[in-house]
Design a protein around this ligand. Sequence first.
Ligand code: ADP
Length: 591
Amino acid sequence: MFGRIRWRIALVFAALTLLCIGGLSVYLSHLFRDDYVDSLRMQLADQAWLIGHSALPYLTNGQTDGLDELANRLGERVEARVTIIDRSGLVLGDSEEDPATMENHADRPEVVQAISGGIGSSIRYSATLGYDMMYVAVPVEVGGEVVAITRASLSMSAIDSSLSHINRNIIFGALVAAAFAVLLAFQVSKAITRPVEKLTQASKRLAEGDFSQDIRVTSRDEVGDLARAFNRMSARIKEMVGLVTAERDKMAAIVSNMADGIIVVDGSSRITMMNHAAETILGISSDSAQGNTFIEAVRDYELDGVVQSCLGSGEQQTGMVETRPGIRALAVIATPLRGESGCLLLMHDLTEMRRLQTVRQDFVSNVSHELRTPVASLKALAETLRDGAIQDPSVARDFLDKISIEVDRLAQMVQELADLCRIESGESPLEMRPVDVPPTVERVSDRLKAQADRTGLRLETEVGSDLPRVMADAGRLEQILVNLVHNAIKFTPPGGRISISAEVRGRDMVLSVTDTGVGIPADELPRIFERFYKADKARAGGGTGLGLAIAKHIVEAHGGRIWADSVEGKGSTFSFTLPLSSYPPSTPQQT
Ligand code: ADP
């Protein structure tokens, strides 16, 4: 408690004041004593003069016997001890003692001084009375000659009692003054330190993050200046913190919304921060990773290698890393942090780009492969014709028919490729509107009935007339159904049956094309919607392998799903969903 500045100021102030009052009291006490003693001395001198004056007739007449009696009388009157001494020091009269028993007083200092013509005084022990006395002696002169000495004296105890009374008053006054001084000391120190305490409290709140500190300043002294400086500082800090916070929030928003993964590690390779993209890329959560070392959290030695060499060398490191081999391809940059140990790892996910690259390469190689076969057949047929077959009309016609078939295949493939490109690039947007399913199904059935009949197949429709409408592009819906029924015709041996059905399931309409055809092997089912995929090349005949890929694209653009169920040798069912027009998908896509 006494460590506080208020107390220190108060104590110092009080101590100084008490010291002054104490010193003053001692000084006053001495001053009063001296004054008192001086005035007593003067008083005693006056009395001694008067005694001398009274004793003078006795002395000049030689009646020294009466002097003792005179001394007694005057002693009572002046309330002091009165002594009359002759020039030789012989005591002639004394108000307290018998002069006959008293020794010669010629050696008494006050007597010595008085004999030499002045006022003699001394304070000393009285051998006669046995206590301290104050003596004042004056000469009694006749015709310029000292004939006797008269002395008035007082007991020091009487003087001391008067002095102690004065001292008591001084002490009482001093104590009262001291009490006031101490009280004043506390008040003054409180007044001095109150603004400082206010400043301290405000500083503490500032340190705790409360930047709205504004101290009310009234004084124009140094403390007032300090408070004003504090207010300016607090306002500036508030402004700076606001700027820094806004900047930090902006950076945090940028970092967390970045598509690239970011991880920050400290000098001991512990993860201090990672963004959402990094969580997704590495398949770990930021909460569990933070505080762990990079290798503990990420468990990828190749990535850890990049981080470690950055930490070790203090230089930027770049590289290509495959995490969880075959799953993610990353371009990584590890940059040392400026001003502190640690590094920032930036991971750019190339997986999708790589996939698209592969898809593009596959597509090009598939297209060229698919084109090569009919082109090679055409070339062979043309060369055979040129080399003489053209001379034989029946062979020539047969060859020309084959050429025509190959050209049709090429034309179909080119048509389907163009279609796929248009759908994928979004060049032909869907014209979504409520569509009645039964008439659409009937139209498809009518278009393909003749073809089915030719191959000895029954084509049936199982669609109730009271079905709700779907939200779809009617032309595209027809295209999907034609593709599926066409496939069913292709892959169903004569005598088989194909049916088109539709039913409502939840918010969707499920349309299915079922056949009693050759079916699809279970291991090939998942792949039949890929471009150019043909389940069984031998049976695929003249197909392009693009029909189902196109159907899948269109269905998904409607917000639907397409799938196939099949038992090899027994038949297949291709189904897809479309949203009912009363529940359109929230964001219809474009093809
Ligand atoms: P295409 O029919 O032109 O070959 P698709 O993409 O339409 O190309 O079909 C891909 C493959 O899926 C076909 O080659 C075929 O092997 C298989 N497939 C499609 N529909 C059926 C079906 N109804 N029955 C048996 N297999 C089918």
